[in-house]
Design a protein around this ligand. Structure first.
Ligand SMILES: Cc1cc2nc3c(=O)[nH]c(=O)nc-3n(C[C@H](O)[C@H](O)[C@H](O)COP(=O)(O)OP(=O)(O)OC[C@H]3O[C@@H](n4cnc5c(N)ncnc54)[C@H](O)[C@@H]3O)c2cc1C
Length: 398
């Protein structure tokens, strides 16, 4: 049976390992971190991504591990509700999707589902790839050398191995930096995603999780992605300086950032002319990151892993499989990367007038008559981006 090396043990990597392992392939997953990363915040699983989870027989477990978020609420400086949107009640809709789970919890479920049939190696990464006629020789940072029939890179937006095959590939920065952390839950917290706009091109968010804590995020417009490269202590200082006068629950979030590890990213997308070279292919954020602003990253990763595995298991050779994977996934990824015009600027007003205007627009857009009219007219709109693919059915492995 073919042997494949998958790099990255988050969502796309273990999902690919599941489908290939089910087809009898020998799968090795190498993860740069020394353990399964359990950080990260609420991610949505929509449309085709949800169907993939269903076909994996994981839907009930994913729902049981859900965050319990009931909807999205925009609040003012006193915490009063400005506008409210309940969560979606179908496979794809809603700012809060029907299926919301923490990234780390999903990664753990996928890992558990695959650990018995794949070899996981933590704390190592690829440093060199040499392609031969029938295999790829791989050099690892830990010193090992091994050969595989194929290599699939599932290392996320800032993938290093991608640079070995596409040296010019770089994220397309979207003008926003985001910091995520976890804060203790207090009695006044709710099960809504609360979203506060203090002005100055900033936003503060609090969301429930199923572990008795709250997930918090600070985002701010920034002309350059540079802050993402600063050491964590400098990032924490920058966040305190930028958000010290923001009001609402912000001091709680800044205290958590000072006290515990946080995740900081310059929000971007990956757009590449090709997703494979020779015997090496890309999947998930490494190939077509749509950014957290799209709400589609995890859905793309699950769908891409399913299609890539399905094509590899059924095509005559890897070249055909990579070409068919790309033909099926490219329009879907392209649609997912199309953000609302003006985003993220319109969601991060700078002036007081901008904040008042945004709040008035949100109040109007979430009012029952407007929502009812949008619902009635929805048949006239194209399908939700998460549904704009006809997910192939691949034969059951023998
Ligand atoms: C720690 C973390 C927190 C996140 N938090 C959020 C969030 O709060 N909200 C949100 O919308 N999205 C978040 N994401 C992104 C989200 O998981 C992805 O958009 C989506 O699920 C697609 O997943 P992926 O598997 O393609 O990539 P990712 O989830 O980015 O996973 C990539 C994996 O590859 C590993 N890796 C990186 N480089 C190497 C290497 N050289 N060798 C081996 N392994 C490597 C990483 O450690 C990671 O485990 C987070 C990702 C990570 C890694």
């Amino acid at each position: 049976m073919p042997g494949v090396l998958v790099t990255g043990a988050s969502v796309a990597g273990p999902a690919l390992a599941y489908w290939l392992g089910r087809g009898g392939w020998e799968v090795t997953v190498v993860e740069r971190f020394d353990r399964l990363r359990d950080t990260g915040q609420n991610i949505d699983i929509r449309g085709a991504g949800r169907e993939v989870i269903r076909r994996m027989g994981l839907e009930d477990e994913v729902k049981a591990a859900g965050t319990g978020e009931t909807g999205t609420e925009f609040v003012d400086e006193d915490g009063r509700c400005v506008a409210y949107l309940p969560k979606g009640h179908d496979d794809s809709g809603g700012l809060t999707a029907e299926v919301e789970i923490l990234r780390g919890d999903l990664a753990r479920l996928l890992y558990r589902r695959t650990a018995h049939c794949s070899r996981y190696v933590f704390g190592d990464e690829i440093t060199g790839l040499v392609e031969r006629s029938k295999e790829v020789d791989v050099h690892f940072a830990g010193g090992a050398r091994e050969s595989f029939d194929l290599v699939v890179v599932a290392e996320g937006m800032t993938s290093r191995t991608r640079r070995l095959i596409f040296p010019d590939a770089a994220p397309r920065y979207l003008g926003l930096c985001l910091a995520y952390t976890t804060v203790p839950r207090i009695a006044a917290d709710t099960d809504r995603w609360r979203w506060y706009h203090p002005g100055g091109g900033r936003a503060v968010m609090l969301r429930p999780d199923p572990h008795g804590t709250m997930r918090a995020a600070l985002s701010f417009l920034s002309g350059a992605p540079g802050p993402a490269d600063l050491p964590p202590a400098d990032q924490a200082r920058l966040l305190r300086r930028l958000f010290q006068d923001a009001g609402w629950e912000t001091p709680r979030v800044l205290d958590a950032i000072d006290a515990s590890p946080f995740y900081f990213e310059a929000v971007g997308q990956i757009r590449l002319a090709s997703w494979s070279r020779g015997r090496v292919a890309l999947v998930g954020d490494a190939a077509y990151c749509a950014s957290p602003l799209s709400g589609m990253g995890t859905t793309l990763a699950l769908t891409g892993a399913y299609i890539l595995a399905g094509e590899l298991l059924t095509a005559a050779d890897h070249r055909t499989a990579f070409a068919r994977y790309e033909a099926l996934m490219r329009p879907y990824a392209h649609n997912a990367q199309r953000l609302v015009p003006g985003f993220p600027r319109i969601a991060h007003p700078r002036s007081r007038l901008g904040v008042r205007t945004l709040r008035a627009a949100l109040r109007l857009a979430t009012s029952p008559p407007v929502r009812e009219a949008v619902h009635r007219a929805s048949a006239l709109f194209p399908r939700h981006p998460a549904e704009r693919i006809d997910l192939p059915h691949y034969p059951e492995p023998r």
